[in-house]
Design a protein around this ligand. Structure first.
Ligand code: SF4
Length: 369
């Protein structure tokens, strides 16, 4: 059984003090295997999974329908509770709340809760840092430290599964925090199984979005069933050279190959991919960019989200003017494409990816260690 007694689940960290398993890193099947190895009946695994993933148990004593003998045996072999600890939480007047998390090895990651009318979207991280190095993203400057485990992904969601700091349950999940989720696909898939399982965390798959730079082999591996989960592809320039410069880690996936992979996706009827485009003032927000983007996206089953850049102090880019953003959108809609301009939430808490971590100063120290 992976992850028990010193193993590591699907490429993640996964073990706690003394090499004990972290229960949040185990799948329901692995929990059943652990229960069996302790002399328990297999149904005990499902029971443990319900306590961990549905009821959010943080102590063995909370598992009142599990025998004391079993709980003691578990406590000797495994750790319960989230692998990450909240270090800081910062709110913005528009309601966005950003949380900085400390991982067991001292690295940091983060999540952001974004309210929007009836929607409460939780933006979660899949990695500590990121290898892609987008120039408009603070996380990009940090480099990749490691993938998050299943439990470290779930640990960002568990505290606000029932109620957010504002008192309302999370309605939507987006993997748009730190990291490229397709670079950690094994652990992201493990977490998604639990997040989307009606028996456990029960987030509808349509309201769960994976956001990627467009890792072509991973896109080509997606099945129709995978695509019940929503997909967003971060584009940011329709020009190859410029995209290579803005998103160095995307060079391996040229625009032409990316377009073909998107065209070939086995999307179900009525489903579309989102193309995300961060508008950088005076850089990629010109009419020529909009025309080229319209040509590139034409014929794809896609809608376009335009996201005005959210500058931080010392950022190398500026926010586009409202006029430029609106004109850009007008070119796209004039070519028959669906294009929306997204509000930038949490400007006061610097909610673009990686920004709180960068501001805390602690990441730099921690990461360089
Ligand atoms: S924008 Fe996303 S993919 Fe690019 S560096 Fe930041 S976290 Fe990585």
């Amino acid at each position: 059984m992976t992850g028990v007694g010193g193993g590591t689940p699907a490429g993640g960290g996964g073990t706690g003090a003394g090499g004990r398993a972290r229960l949040l890193d185990l799948s329901p099947e692995e929990l059943a295997g652990l229960a069996e190895s302790l002399g328990e009946r297999p149904y005990r695994g499902r029971q443990l999974a319900a306590w961990l993933f549905r009821k959010g148990a943080a102590a063995f004593s909370e598992m009142t329908d599990v025998s004391l003998r079993c709980r003691e045996a578990l406590a000797a072999r495994a750790e319960i509770g989230p692998a990450l600890a909240e270090m800081a939480r910062d709110g913005s007047p528009d309601g966005a709340v950003k949380t900085l998390w400390r991982l067991p090895d001292g690295l940091r990651t983060e999540s952001v809760l974004i309210p929007d009318g009836e929607r409460r979207t939780l933006c979660v991280s899949s990695q500590a840092g990121c290898a892609v190095g987008c120039l408009f993203c603070r996380t990009g400057a940090m480099g990749l430290r490691r993938n998050l485990t299943q439990g470290e992904i779930l640990g960002q969601v568990l505290p606000c599964r029932r109620a957010t700091p504002g008192g309302t349950p999370v309605t939507n999940l987006v993997f748009m925090g730190m990291g490229e989720p397709f670079h950690n696909l094994a652990n992201v898939r493990r977490a998604l199984r639990i997040l989307n399982d009606p028996e456990f965390m029960a987030f509808p798959r349509r309201q769960t979005t994976l956001s990627t730079i467009g890792v072509v082999p991973a896109l080509r591996s997606l099945t129709a069933s995978d695509l019940k989960t929503s997909l967003a592809v971060s584009l940011n320039s329709p020009f190859q050279e410029e995209r290579d410069r803005l998103m160095p880690g995307a060079r391996a996936h040229p625009l032409a190959e990316l377009r073909e992979a998107l065209r070939d996706l086995p999307l179900r009827k009525g489903r579309r991919v989102t193309l995300a485009y961060v508008l950088l003032g005076g850089v990629n927000d010109t009419p020529a960019h909009a025309e080229a983007l319209a040509r590139w996206a034409g014929g794809l089953r896609a809608k376009i989200n335009l996201i005005p850049f959210n500058p931080w102090p010392g950022a190398p880019f500026r926010r586009p003017s409202e006029g430029a953003a609106e004109a850009f959108r007008g070119v796209l809609t004039g070519r028959g494409l669906t294009a929306l301009t997204r509000r930038s939430y949490g400007r006061e808490v610097a909610a673009a990816c990686g920004q709180l971590a960068g501001e805390s100063g602690s990441l730099r120290g921690g990461w360089g260690a």
